[in-house]
Design a protein around this ligand. Structure first.
Ligand code: FES
Ligand SMILES: [Fe+2]
Length: 425
């Protein structure tokens, strides 16, 4: 049983918390590159793990991620003027560059050197795969850049979106590795969503699912098998990569999908959604579906990353569709079904009250792995999942003879190899 202490240990990620310190050892998806599209474009507020920050692109195209608030008297630099290689506070004109260094305090004589003593907190950023990643940990421990296949393929092979979710990161991430819920929560969408059709979708509707979890260097693979053709089993194999990346098993020739569940604060997270095809550019049809909230992506309120369907409108639940077996839970769209169910657990799920069963094995093992990693990081050890080679993996959907070990039989399918198609039925 989970105690309150264990629940908090895993859920809370603010500065100084064990899990927050662990997360700060990794590169974190912070914002979409297109949010600050060009030099001197308007700055953007970014909240990460309870820290309020501001992202901007300076006149030379360099990206800065600095404390949101001016060191003078605390004005939000979101109102700032982004010009001449820095961000100027609109209240009294103090100016900051991407490193957070203050370079001008107009009220003080230049000779005083006052501005040199002022520096805002700032974090290194890198642009990779249409995403600006931030590193918020100790400078001497900065890891190599991420090696996820979706971030490394040509831009035309990839579609990235993000949406806010009104719940703690952990219950969202746990939904990503709970492959069994697909047979229930999403069962009717497996026939109607154009990016989820295929033979595998029919097998997935089978509710007799068994779990096998194998630990890997960077996380774990979760194999879920269901009866397929006589003598064979249909395996859906999910990847979990520390600390919050998941890769969803594909259907047919559809692209691969994955998520990252990044804490905004303890009661809100950003669900990043990554779709990519290793072999070909995404088609206009696929892009059209995703831009219209299909697949794992959702429609957003214009100018925000908040879904149109959200808890304030009861997720526009359609009780008639639910009754008529058109939607298992009555919420439209796979992504919003997940979000609605996860948010319904409350801002931070109270795990002291849950009753876990054998199909929760992936969830249980991820919690153990995260706790161990946070404790090891406290002792100064490097956590798993920092090596980019551990990111270069794929999910898979495969039919195997009943006697086969899924992890051995699917070994090639689980590696991201450039020029080799993913394995999907
Ligand atoms: S508060 Fe920013 S310059 Fe005064
Ligand atoms: Fe789901």
């Amino acid at each position: 049983m989970t105690t309150r202490e264990q629940n908090d240990f895993l859920a809370l990620t603010g500065p100084g918390t064990p899990m927050g310190s662990l997360f700060r050892r990794y590169w974190i998806p912070a914002l979409l590159a297109c949010e600050i599209p060009e030099p001197d474009s308007p700055p953007v507020r970014v909240k990460l793990m309870s820290e309020r920050l501001l992202a901007f692109r300076d006149t030379n195209g360099r990206v800065g991620l600095i404390d949101e608030f001016c060191a003078h008297r605390g004005v939000s630099l979101w109102f700032g003027r982004n010009e001449e290689d820095g961000l100027r506070c609109p209240y009294h004109g103090w100016k900051y560059v991407v490193s957070g260094q203050c370079t001008e305090v107009p009220s003080e004589p230049v000779e005083s050197g006052f501005c040199q003593k002022i520096k805002l907190k700032s974090y290194p950023c890198v642009e990779l795969g249409d995403v600006i990643w931030a590193y918020m940990g100790p400078a001497e421990l900065q890891p190599p850049l991420p090696g996820f296949e979706w971030a490394r393929v040509a831009a035309a092979h990839r579609f990235v979106s993000k949406r806010t979710q009104d719940c703690n990161w952990l219950q969202a991430m746990e939904g990503g590795i709970d492959s069994v819920h697909v047979s229930f929560l999403h069962r009717h969408d497996l026939r109607s969503d154009p990016l989820h059709v295929g033979q595998g979708a029919e097998f997935t509707r089978e509710t007799d699912a068994r779990f096998e979890v194998v630990e890997t260097a960077g996380g774990m693979v979760i194999g879920v098998r269901r009866p397929a053709t006589p003598g064979n089993l249909y395996w859906r194999i999910t990847q979990w990569i520390m600390p919050f990346h998941t890769m969803i098993p594909p259907y047919g020739d559809n692209a691969l999908n994955g998520h990252a569940f990044v804490p905004i604060d303890d009661e809100t997270c950003m669900s990043w959604c990554f779709t990519h095809h290793p072999m070909r550019p995404l088609s206009d049809h696929e892009l059209g579906v995703m831009r219209n909230g299909g697949g794992i992506h959702v429609n957003l309120i214009p100018g925000t990353f908040r879904p149109v369907v959200n808890k304030d409108n009861d997720y526009m639940i359609d009780r008639i569709a639910q009754k008529q077996h058109k939607s298992y839970c009555g919420v439209k769209g796979i992504a919003m079904q997940d979000a609605a169910i996860q948010e319904s657990m409350g801002p931070i799920q109270d795990r002291t009250k849950e009753n876990l069963v054998s199909t929760d094995n992936g969830v249980i093992m991820a919690r153990i792995r995260l706790r161990k990693a946070a404790l090891a990081a406290q002792r100064g050890e490097a956590p798993d999942g920092l090596d980019p080679a551990t990111h270069a993996v794929r999910s898979a959907a495969i039919v195997l003879p009943a006697a086969a070990s899924f992890y051995e039989a699917a070994a090639d399918a689980l590696r991201a190899t450039a020029g080799v198609a993913h394995t999907s039925v």
